[in-house]
Design a protein around this ligand. Structure first.
Ligand code: UD1
Length: 422
């Protein structure tokens, strides 16, 4: 079984390059199904979720090839409408194929999507959107089946600003005749990126990034060459690593404007920043001070996905901070693991109360989800001794070689194979 061995890190120094955003590339790969010509996506992170999404495209008869950080997709030979169950189970974003397949094939079926075990994660808003566009949706215990002879533009009011439901509604609406208005849409930058790709292919979309998205659908799409937005959560991860360990780190090919919530909090913690339009340099040489209480919120609030790495960065800060999670009800599994290192924290429902500990000590840790796994890595980099982290697959789902990037900045970690005892 692969495991990460992580020793206490010296202050970090050097440069890391930020990859394309996981949460942009997954819906955009699904969106290529709507195109009648090949597409090229640049800045495509080499992560397990992309490998699985490409496998879904292949299972539907589409060809794709990776050349460096670019992926070439030919969706012209798309056939079929079912996502193989093992791929559906591998990640939550498999649900995005429902909207894309409905628009392309008039039919889509998916066994219940997987993903990180951070909450119930229903798909009722997605299905509400498909029904509003005229699809017939049936659900059994483990499968969702959608069919529409013809999709027709409609007003869709989402009960909450769900990222995935907004994206799925946009994908289906591109294939629907007439105008669709999505009210209470999520505003995340990755939704704007999906709209950017679809627009480059000829779709007519207005308002992406606001609470009301309008799609004029029913026109065939061409292909496009498109560059994926930088990953703001990967950006937050490296910033938090440097805040935790001290030193100076330069992040290249990132987007400082998307990292504002984390830059503000880490400034309060004693970090200094210098930014250009696509680089962030972070330095911390003085003490780390606990930042003000943090509450996760939909964009432009503090991102739920950055909370685990921020919490990990504050484990040895002077003072105390409360972290309140409002998006997913079961997101603090990693906090229980952090206690094994000597972290002084207490969880009460959806809030973790953290008081900085002077020292942390190595332990055996188990990653249960992607961002929680990254938090364990950052925590182990601050602990005396050598920690072992199991469940590295979760981390590989969303980080393109985190280990090599941290090593290049001076961190001491390596993947090893640990035999399973029977
Ligand atoms: C996406 C991101 C994920 C991020 C999350 C919130 C991708 C691939 N994943 O996940 O990394 O943590 O946004 O920023 O982009 N909900 C319902 N019914 C639905 C849909 C959602 O009740 O049909 C609820 C969810 O349980 C959750 C909230 O709405 O409480 C927000 O979830 P949502 O924005 O949909 O998250 P995802 O799209 O799954």
């Amino acid at each position: 079984m692969p495991a990460l061995l992580v020793s206490k890190s010296p202050p970090l120094s050097g440069e890391v390059t930020i990859h394309g955003a996981k949460n942009s590339v997954l819906p955009i790969l699904a969106a290529t199904l709507l195109c009648r010509a090949p597409c090229v996506l640049h800045n495509c992170p080499d992560i397990l979720d992309v490998t699985h999404t490409r496998a879904i495209l292949h299972s539907l008869g589409c060809a794709s090839e990776r050349r460096g950080a670019s992926v070439y997709i030919d969706p012209r030979s798309c056939a079929g409408h079912s996502i193989p169950p093992e791929l559906a189970a591998s990640m939550r974003a498999s649900s995005l194929f429902l909207g894309a397949l409905l628009a392309r094939q008039g039919e889509a079926s998916l066994s219940l999507p997987g993903g990180c075990p951070i909450g119930a994660r229903p798909v009722d808003y997605h299905l509400l959107a498909f029904r509003a566009l005229g699809a017939e949706v049936t659900e059994t215990d483990d499968t969702i089946h959608c069919r529409a002879r013809r999709l027709t533009g409609a007003k869709i009011t989402l009960p909450g600003p769900s990222v995935g439901a907004t994206e799925n509604a946009m994908l289906a609406a591109v294939g629907a005749e007439g105008v669709t208005v999505i009210e209470n849409a999520a505003c995340e930058p990755e939704i704007v990126d999906l709209a950017g790709f679809l627009t480059a292919c000829g779709a007519k979309i207005a308002g992406a990034g606001t609470g009301r998205v309008t799609v004029k659908g029913g026109q065939p799409l061409t292909g496009a060459t498109y560059t994926i937005l930088p990953d703001r959560i990967e950006t937050a991860t490296f910033l938090c690593a440097c805040a935790a360990c001290g030193g100076t780190l330069t992040l290249r090919r990132t987007a400082p404007r998307l990292a504002e919530p984390i830059l503000n909090l880490l400034t309060e913690s004693g970090c200094r920043f210098s930014c250009t339009h696509d680089t962030i340099q972070i330095s911390r040489d003085g003490p780390l001070i606990a930042c003000r209480p943090v509450i996760s919120k939909p964009y432009p609030g503090f991102p739920t996905d950055a909370m685990p790495v921020l919490l990990a960065s504050q484990l040895r800060a002077e003072g105390q901070t409360d972290f309140t999670e409002t998006i997913f009800e079961n997101r603090f599994g990693y906090a229980r693991e952090l206690k094994k290192l000597g972290a002084q924290l207490r969880q009460d429902e959806n809030t973790v109360y953290l008081r900085g500990a002077p020292q942390l000590y190595a332990a055996q840790l188990f990653a249960e989800d992607l961002r929680g796994g990254a938090a364990l890595v950052l925590a182990a980099m601050q602990a005396e001794g050598e920690s072992t982290i199991f469940g590295v697959k979760h981390i590989q789902r969303g980080y393109d070689n985190l280990e090599a990037a941290l090593q290049s900045a001076g961190a001491r970690l390596k993947t090893v194979e640990i035999p399973i005892k029977v």
